[in-house]
Design a protein around this ligand. Structure first.
Ligand code: ZN
Length: 308
């Protein structure tokens, strides 16, 4: 499923191609079509915006087109004589603008249009967009605090009402970067950890807003999609398990992210406590060694984009 960073990249290229142009043809297909609002022919596209994993295209007559790509959706841009790369039967939105550009949305999980003050409901329920310029992390933390404390962290990170933008890849990557077991109940997290997790998610997502190939550590991803391969930090085989109602795959290193049985004992990224060392006897690692691998692995790519 495309994550926040991908949707922001898509929004940027759609915005570059469509903003300021006039609608020549706007066609909706599928279930949303019969009663949907439509921009009038000749309306101007005022902008394309990502909100978390949702994409909004606004027109100057007050119509907003809202799509969510779900697991299999995609937006393509075509010139007049291009061959479409997916079958026309999968097209749900066809937006042709003057100049000959056509934007086609294939197989989205959601298409709706609204007009005027009416806003897409799902978008209003979203937590702060972690790909945005200055997301309100206090708001996201308050939303997180309202979840059932038994909610597993991996499930909470995917909940777009807490914070928007984290998908299945970043869920695992963020937990690894913060050295926390994704199956920890949110109520058992160290009090400072939620903010660190959200800040880390922002950094990782924003570091990938302009890149073609997603990276969270040198060499690519730290744990996602790497089941049974050695942890880049400690060499332990990466594990995977289905998690949550959606049974989404979660990846983690059982050594770097030891299971937390007792509620919140003191722990932070740079100073593992003796309590942790005691529960994590399989792989004794000195604090100094952990700190130095941090700098070469998770630390480097996450810190650079902040300055941009
Ligand atoms: Zn490890």
């Amino acid at each position: 499923m495309p994550e926040g960073d991908t949707i922001h990249r898509i929004a940027r290229s759609l915005h570059a191609a469509l903003a300021g142009t006039r609608v020549r043809r706007f066609e909706l297909r599928g279930r949303a079509a019969p009663r949907a609002e439509r921009p009038r022919s000749g309306a101007t596209v005022t902008g394309v915006e990502a909100r978390g994993k949702h994409l909004l295209i606004a027109f100057d007559d007050g119509v907003v087109l809202h799509t969510h790509l779900g697991l299999h959706g995609s937006w393509h841009l075509y010139r007049r004589d291009d061959r479409w790369k997916r079958p026309g039967t999968q097209a749900r939105v066809i937006l042709e603008v003057d100049g000959g550009t056509t934007a086609v949305c294939f197989a989205p999980s959601l298409v709706e249009t609204t007009r005027g003050a009416q806003r897409p409901r799902l978008v209003d329920d979203l937590g702060p967009d972690l790909c945005g310029d200055d997301p309100d992390l206090d708001d996201a933390l308050a939303r997180l605090a309202r979840l059932d404390p038994a909610t597993e962290l991996g499930v909470a990170l995917l909940d777009q009402r807490v914070a928007a933008g984290i998908g299945n890849v970043y869920k695992s990557e963020v937990c690894f970067a913060c050295r926390v077991d994704p199956f920890t109940p949110v109520g058992a997290l160290d009090p400072k950890l939620p903010r660190t997790l959200l800040e880390t998610a922002c950094r990782l997502l924003r570091a990938n807003l302009t890149t073609g190939r997603r990276r969270t550590v040198d060499g690519g991803l730290a744990v996602y999609g790497r089941a049974r391969r050695p942890c880049r930090r400690c060499g332990t085989p990466i594990r995977t398990r289905r998690q949550g109602e959606g049974a989404r795959s979660t990846y983690w290193c059982p050594t770097c992210q030891p299971a937390r049985r007792a509620p919140a004992s003191r722990r932070s990224e740079s100073t593992p406590t003796t309590a942790n060392a005691a529960t994590d006897q399989t792989k004794p690692t000195s604090p100094a060694a952990r700190t130095s691998t941090d700098a070469t692995n998770a630390g480097t790519p996450t810190r650079t984009p902040r300055r941009k």
